[in-house]
Design a protein around this ligand. Structure first.
Ligand code: FAD
Length: 265
């Protein structure tokens, strides 16, 4: 087995290596569990690729790959697509422009102190936080894509993605319960950003002290006061969030300006 050298990183920044590794894992590992895509799965994958092509704040070759994948999926008259055909496109058809996605995962802000900890599930959260924030920063980006014009669209695609593809079935069930309960109440793109933040904290709270917790990365209510002091308030001795400040913080944390390209391949 390979010996991994610990990579120093700044937890107040977002690392493109995590987001690209997440996409790599999603397209080459998670999707590969399905021999072919059809029906609701195919629709979900198409919609995921569409929102990613429009909103992923990526490097040009990665965005180009996502756009090519999207055009190809939209133009195919098939109602069933073999996974091998998708893999072929991801691996080969785009090679002309040089590297576009890493050939292996490289976790940075998502590295775990043991290989089975963190990694992909961490990157999937970061990817969807990034997509909800990008949608709020660029509200017109999804117009004319054939997707429903709704402030919930990114969350709804995430919901379906998790439901159909996320390897952790218990996670998918928990997430679906939260979605059923309150996703409908999201009425603006800003609320969508805050909804995902709040639900992620619910998950953090539930998993604190769990076996799946990385001792080096304890589950906390996020963002902690050291990275966002203004997010925290005390009212009559009780902790409360300043949601306006949280929204501002999320919009800056998950923006292109906060991305670092260190460790990308
Ligand atoms: P993660 O929780 O993965 O967070 C990744 C990073 O996101 C953090 O390092 C931080 O930078 C940032 N972050 C943290 N909190 C927030 C927030 N509130 N808002 C915005 N950004 C934040 N595991 C289970 O065992 N049971 C489950 O039911 C379960 N459900 C899941 C549901 C979904 C949709 C997903 C994507 C994952 C789920 N997981 C579940 C996995 C679990 O949530 C963690 O991803 C995993 O334990 C790795 O944790 P982590 O320490 O890397 O932090």
């Amino acid at each position: 087995t390979e010996i991994k050298v610990w990579k120093e990183f700044d937890k107040s920044r977002l690392y493109m290596a995590d987001l690209e590794s997440g996409l790599h894992f999603l397209l080459r590992v998670e999707l590969a569990m399905h021999k072919a895509l059809e029906g609701a799965e195919l629709k979900t994958f198409k919609d995921f690729v569409t929102i990613s092509a429009k909103l992923f704040p990526g490097r040009q070759p990665v965005v180009k790959l996502l756009e090519t994948l999207q055009e190809w999926l939209v133009s195919l008259p098939l109602d069933k697509i073999p996974y091998d055909a998708i893999l072929d496109l991801v691996n080969n058809k785009m090679r002309i422009s040089g590297i576009f996605l890493p050939r292996k995962v490289q976790w940075v802000g998502c590295q775990g102190s043991r290989p089975e900890l963190r990694g992909y599930s961490c990157s999937l959260w970061k990817l969807f936080h990034t997509l909800t924030v990008q949608a709020a920063l660029r509200p017109k980006a999804l117009l004319n894509t054939g997707l429903e014009d709704s402030p919930q669209i990114v969350l709804q695609v995430m919901r379906r993605y998790i439901q159909h593809f996320f390897g952790c079935k218990a996670c998918a069930q928990h997430f679906e319960e939260m979605a059923k309960e309150s996703m409908d109440s999201v009425k603006s793109l800003d609320q969508a950003v805050l909804w995902l933040w709040e639900k992620h904290n619910v998950v953090n709270n539930r998993l604190a002290g769990d076996l799946t917790e990385d001792p080096k990365f304890p589950k906390v209510q996020w963002p902690t006061p050291d990275i966002c002091p203004a997010c925290h308030e005390e009212i009559k001795g009780l902790h409360s969030w300043n949601e306006e400040q949280v929204l501002q913080f999320l919009k800056s944390h998950y923006s292109s300006e906060n991305l670092l390209y260190q460790y990308t391949q």
